[in-house]
Design a protein around this ligand. Structure first.
Ligand code: PDD
Length: 286
């Protein structure tokens, strides 16, 4: 039976109950993390932990850092219980249960902590070798995309249908690239990586940070700054990055080919190094 962690206990998923008066359920008042697991080990645990602590701080939810760090113990237990070695841990913390729906938030509250680990299938080889197709859209989300909020309605409305050939939506705000619905994007021009500045318009993706480090180790320049819609369409390459999809080359955007419409040379170089990095223990920090 599948197990989960809820408020201090590991228990079968079917026995995990959350009150409908939980502010996460009523208002989307909470934050989350998705942590990739390779060979039963959390990928860059401390980077994910630091982002979670930052998200909690930004929503004024005080949480002891030691207490957060101790969550690694139940996480390891959940990982051990699955037969698959490759997984993704989902960790959600909400502001907790209030006695009535519209009470002001009390100074102290008991957050709800929920964790589950799920098997993660490898990224489809075809997507890596032949690339993915994406669409573009204007951002309809809120102004604090740096917070990994569980309120994902805006992203859900921008997400391509499951049965479409479109993998992801590139989101633009006022004519500049921000990110994807659940991913980041990197634009390659003349051999250099161009990335949007990780400000409140996007989530500072862990994969995006690691891919940029791997690219630097390959001798590539990484340039941060605004990337216009025209720059995106004129890119030599576009890459998607995310914890669950790793790195993927975008070969078409709104049905227009990106450069030659095939995965680029820089992608192939950095992807090979990325695979080596995943297969090493260079990221193991717990
Ligand atoms: N999403 N931007 C958004 C809006 C995201 O939701 C995500 C991740 C990313 C990439 O971040 P990272 O590289 O740390 O995964 C960027 C996760 C995978 C999800 O919601 O399932």
């Amino acid at each position: 039976m599948k197990q989960c962690f809820l408020n201090g206990k590991i228990l079968p998923l079917e026995q995990a109950h959350i009150s409908p008066l939980d502010r996460g359920f009523l208002f989307g008042d909470g934050v989350y993390e998705v942590i990739p697991v390779y060979r039963r080990q959390c990928f860059y645990w401390h980077k994910h932990l630091a982002r979670l602590a930052a998200s909690l701080k930004k929503i004024h939810l005080s949480f002891d850092t030691n207490e957060l760090n101790e969550l690694i113990t139940p996480i390891k237990q959940l990982i051990a219980q699955l037969p698959q070695t490759e997984q993704a841990v989902y960790l959600q913390i909400t502001r907790g249960v209030m006695p009535q729906r519209l009470l002001p938030i009390p100074a102290t509250c008991t957050p709800t902590v929920f964790i589950i680990s799920q098997a993660q299938a490898p990224v489809e080889t075809l997507k890596i070798t032949q690339g993915i197709r994406c669409a573009s859209a204007e951002d309809i989300r809120w102004r604090r995309c740096d917070i990994k909020s569980i309120s994902l309605l805006g992203a859900a409305l921008l997400t391509p249908n499951a049965d479409s050939a479109i993998e992801e939506t590139l989101i633009f705000r006022n004519g500049f690239l921000s990110e994807g619905c659940r991913s980041n994007f990197i634009v390659v021009k003349e051999g250099a990586l161009h990335v949007p500045l990780a400000d409140s318009r996007m989530l500072n993706g862990i994969t995006y940070q690691v891919v940029c480090d791997v690219a630097r180790a390959c001798g590539r320049k990484v340039i941060e700054g605004d990337i216009s819609t025209a720059d995106v369409f004129a890119a030599d390459e576009i890459w998607l990055t995310s914890s669950t999809r790793e790195m993927l080359p975008v070969v078409a955007l709104d049905k227009q080919p990106i450069a030659d419409g095939v995965p680029g040379k820089v992608f192939q170089q950095v992807y090979a190094k990325w695979r080596q990095h995943i297969n090493s223990d260079g990221w193991l920090d717990v």
